[in-house]
Design a protein around this ligand. Structure first.
Ligand SMILES: [Zn+2]
Length: 289
């Protein structure tokens, strides 16, 4: 599952390709992926212009003219592919068939633009979804998810995090606490491990036992690591690809995630792993307390 830096990377790549284009046609062959009949989609969004591509948590928001929006979640195997005359831009999980033969058997949604280019939504396992919403409906739908703040926003202040360690959801263990969407969004398995290493904190440490200094380091780590990962265009995990089809560059900066049995770069101890709430967590037994 992609995390914040990976979705942000797809968003940026996609924005470069589709903003300013006008929708000429829409089709969908799998009704469960969309929230209204395909004919209704077509009728509503035909002739509308793409104003911007935004992100909230791990979702993409394609903003259209006339106050309409398409909310997209790629989930485990979703992929967006833009194909123009001279370029092809892949965002999300690649599919073996590649971008050369499109649409393919995994293409379930096609947006055609007036300039002859297309945006395809492909999904092998069909866990992802698209929602057509008005501005008001979008606001309602997002509010209903009761998500915490974006970790790189002003709302995610040190004070907020300190308060959260006393009141937040899922306060048992640090890793679970960081991955809980109601506390903050976008941090999953990879970046929670990396943040714990950065802060020198054991991932299974009870949240109530964190010191003020450790909370400060966790807050700092979240910001630094996510920013660096966005800059490196995310981490490529199990074939995840960026909007331009390239692999994310952050993998080479990972300190503990999926480095089981390898030496810690800081102290040379072996990186170990354990299960926390069903998720595998990697950590250095010497550097993290
Ligand atoms: Zn170490």
């Amino acid at each position: 599952m992609p995390e914040l830096p990976e979705v942000e990377t797809v968003k940026r790549g996609l924005a470069k390709s589709i903003v300013g284009k006008t929708i000429a046609d829409f089709s969908c062959d799998w009704h469960k992926l969309i929230n209204k009949p395909a004919a209704k989609y077509k009728q509503t969004i035909k002739d509308l212009k793409i104003l911007s591509v935004e992100r909230r948590a791990k979702m993409l928001i394609v903003k259209l003219s006339k106050g309409l929006n398409i909310l997209v979640h790629l989930k485990m195997t979703g992929q967006l592919v833009y194909r123009g005359k001279s370029k092809c831009v892949v965002g999300g999980h690649p599919i073996k068939e590649g971008a050369n033969c499109l649409p393919n058997k995994f293409t379930h949604v096609t947006f055609s633009f007036t300039d002859g280019s297309q945006l395809y939504y492909n999904d092998v396992r069909k866990f992802g979804w698209l929602r057509l919403y008005t501005d008001v409906e979008l606001e309602k739908a997002l509010a209903a998810k009761k998500m915490g703040p974006e970790p790189l926003s002003k709302e995610f202040s040190l004070k907020y995090l300190q308060q959260l360690t006393k009141t937040g959801k899922n306060r048992k263990r640090v890793k679970q606490f960081l991955m809980e969407n109601q506390n903050l969004v976008g941090v999953g398995n990879i970046y929670s491990d990396e943040v714990c290493f950065y802060a020198g904190v054991m991932p299974d440490k009870p949240v109530e036992k964190l010191t003020t200094q450790q909370i400060k380091k966790i807050h700092e780590g979240i910001q630094k690591i996510l920013k660096a990962a966005i800059k490196a265009q995310g981490t490529t995990v199990s074939d995840y690809r960026n909007a331009d089809g390239s692999a994310g560059g952050y993998a080479k900066y990972l300190k503990v995630y999926q480095r089981y049995g390898e030496k810690c770069y800081r102290c040379k101890a072996k990186v170990v792993r354990m299960k926390i709430g069903g998720r595998t967590s990697h950590y250095c037994p010497q550097c993290q307390k």
